[in-house]
Design a protein. Structure first.
Length: 362
């Protein structure tokens, strides 16, 4: 190929690449910008679509952020590597006046000669996430209060009975103490699981690979068997360890087993299975042989405070399955329910984990 032909081909390739970049910038939903200490130099089209600002109208908003750029460049030049990329959250207003919670990540942008004068920024809208966090805190605070009130009544009544029952036999007094112990245990569970801080933490920080799924299942089944017989456990090719929040996962299993016990006749079997899923991942199954729920209700049973038509005769708040689903969700998994072949319900927990036994998700 002649030199002019090579140049022509290179020019055509560069023009094609430029056109692809233009199309990406035009349709990308990533709100981003480039700026230097004098102001904004470029604003992606997504900024106007999401926040209502153009390059000209956003200059005043960017001024306080860019005022600190010279000092940041100087600190980076002096060896402060933490200045290369910074992330901050701040409150700004949409162009229509609505308040926004934003996360802005800025990275120093090298020039062709290696100097640093500009930054590239990515803007993410956290408004919906912040609103959800507030709602969750309000919900868990309400839930904690609703659980604590009856537990305090039970605990106080049991203490009063023990104090005033001097004529009662030792067996009766022992039952009073068992009631108090059970109330204390439930209050401890409320403190452990149903505070806004605890619910926010579940699944967010992975623990070391030291939790055995088989042990989690065995402990949950053992607890359920103390209330009702006929519960079996089948363990398949489970990994020796996995990453999860043990208390959160135990809470989820306890909820599913408690539901199975409450909504199935005493003579029917409840089957718990743990195994690697065929398509990858880990699955934990809780299967009962009860009446199940109506077909029309399957899509609603994980909603907050929802109770099916068959729940009228059983005490409850309709929050158990909602909480269990929330725990699995923050672990990156799913909790589903279906009618099992032969009758009854099957609840399936799926968790992302390596398909080969012994390996774990990082």
């Amino acid at each position: 190929m002649t030199a002019p032909a090579e140049l022509e081909a290179a020019l055509a390739a560069a023009q094609a690449e430029l056109q692809r970049c233009r199309e990406w910038l035009a349709y990308s939903e990533e709100a981003s910008f480039i700026a230097d200490a004098t102001g904004l130099l470029w604003l992606s089209p997504a900024c106007e679509r999401q926040f209502g600002y153009t390059l000209a109208s956003a200059q005043a908003l960017a001024a306080p952020l860019l005022a600190a750029l010279p000092a940041r460049l100087a600190r980076y030049a002096s060896g402060d590597a933490t200045r290369w990329q910074l992330r901050r959250e701040l409150q700004l207003a949409h162009a229509d006046g609505q308040p926004l919670a934003l996360e802005i990540t800025t990275t120093l942008l090298p020039e062709a000669d290696g100097t640093l004068r500009r930054i590239h920024g990515i803007v993410r809208d956290l408004t919906a996430a912040h609103a959800l966090a507030v709602q969750q805190k309000q919900f868990t605070s309400m839930l904690s209060h609703e659980f604590r009130t009856p537990l305090a009544v039970i605990d106080g009544a049991a203490q009063l009975l023990e104090m005033t029952g001097s004529s009662h036999d030792e067996g009766t007094r022992k039952r009073y103490r068992k009631i108090q112990t059970a109330a204390d245990r439930l209050l401890a569970l409320v403190d452990e699981h149903l505070t806004p801080q605890r619910m926010a933490e579940i699944g967010r920080e992975r623990q070391p690979d030291q939790v055995a799924p088989a042990s989690l299942l065995q402990a949950a089944v053992q607890q359920a068997v103390s209330r009702r017989s006929g519960i079996t456990l089948e363990l398949g090719n489970l990994p020796a360890q996995m990453r999860c929040d043990p208390a959160g996962m135990r809470l989820c299993l306890d909820i599913l087993l408690d539901n199975a016990v409450k909504y199935t006749p005493a003579a029917t079997a409840i089957e718990v299975t743990g195994r690697m899923a065929g398509g990858g991942g880990l699955e934990l199954l809780v299967r009962d042989h009860g009446a199940g729920v109506a077909e029309s209700e399957l899509g609603q049973i994980f909603q907050k405070a929802y109770r099916g038509n068959n729940a009228a005769a059983v005490a409850g708040s309709g929050l158990g399955l909602y909480m269990a689903s929330a725990v699995i969700e923050v672990h990156g998994g799913t909790l589903t329910a279906r009618y099992a072949q032969g009758g009854g319900m099957e609840f399936r927990i799926w968790l992302p984990i390596a398909s080969e036994t012994g390996k774990v998700l990082a």
